[in-house]
Design a protein around this ligand. Structure first.
Ligand SMILES: [Fe+2]
Length: 288
């Protein structure tokens, strides 16, 4: 664990959310509210999670690194990130491809002296996330490029409808779009047994009856279970970037992204990615 000169507790509104004291009534109360929200529709917002000092620190760090953001080529994807299947009807959700813009400031742009890293590596934060999600043990995601990143939604960009492949996402909004750039979701639109294609098709064709628009302010922490809830970020119609800090935690130690996906999304890989890939290949060949 790196040594940090910044006290991570100062970055959080600790009077409201005493992460350093899980026995505190306010901690327990926050936890039961969050769990109820996650249970209800897979989305919980913890308003004003960051202190004003924390928010300005994290925002400054993101903006200082803005020029380093990597933007992958605009790609059209369906909501499942799968390839086209010509055997299906043309209006089948698996055949509807929407534009998506990806821009990220990656983890390697931050060093151990930054407030962002101090917060990410703070054991009390991980314990809080574990408690919220009801997990026995989480780990820092070991990927040196993508474990703590800032999503940059530039003017005119959007992140279109999709389901997540990962079970949960932990984000902190650092800067809203002046207009547009809203997080919207259709809670539990599918389930483990049923893709519910008709409901997905309805949302994709503009039916908003099952869609919730989230009220999200800079400094809020959002926990989102995106496997079953279709979601998007609407087009940023303002003149400046929307900035979102994303912190990833894993359920097993030593997890790292694949070479192919890391290169596609972030434009770079490290020796750690190549080594992990080589080990996967070796492990696979042993099992064949
Ligand atoms: Fe997502």
């Amino acid at each position: 664990m790196p040594e940090h000169p910044i006290d991570p507790a100062s970055l959080v509104d600790i009077a409201r959310y005493p992460l350093d004291n899980p026995q505190d009534d306010r901690y327990c109360k926050a936890l039961s509210l969050i769990r109820a929200r996650l249970e209800q529709d897979g989305c919980a917002v913890i308003p004003g999670f960051l202190s004003s000092r924390g928010l300005s620190h994290l925002l400054d760090e993101a903006q200082e690194r803005r020029a380093l953001a990597y933007f992958s080529a605009n790609k059209k994807t369906n909501v499942y990130f799968s390839s086209d299947d010509a055997s299906l009807a043309e209006d089948h959700p698996r055949r509807i491809f929407l534009e998506r813009t990806n821009g990220f400031i990656t983890s390697d742009c931050y060093d151990d002296s930054t407030a962002s890293r101090a917060l990410y590596y703070w054991p009390a934060l991980m314990k809080f996330i574990q408690d919220c999600l009801g997990k026995d043990q989480l780990y820092i995601y070991d990927d040196p490029v993508s474990n703590m990143i800032v999503n940059v939604l530039t003017p005119g960009s959007q992140f279109n409808w999709h389901f997540d492949t990962n079970e949960f996402t932990i984000t902190m909004l650092l800067k809203s779009a002046a207009s547009g750039g809203h997080f919207e979701y259709a809670p539990n639109l599918r389930n483990a047994e049923d893709e519910c294609y008709e409901d997905v098709r309805a949302v994709l064709s503009g039916d908003a009856r099952q869609v919730t628009r989230l009220k999200l302010a800079p400094g809020d922490l959002q926990l989102f279970l995106g496997r079953f809830s279709l979601h998007r970020v609407t087009k940023n119609t303002g003149p400046s970037d929307r900035l979102l800090l994303i912190m990833s935690f894993a359920e097993k130690p030593g997890m790292i992204g694949s070479v192919e996906r890391t290169r596609e999304l972030y434009g770079k890989v490290t020796d750690a990615h190549l080594e992990a890939q080589a080990q996967r290949v070796r492990a696979d060949s042993l099992m064949d």
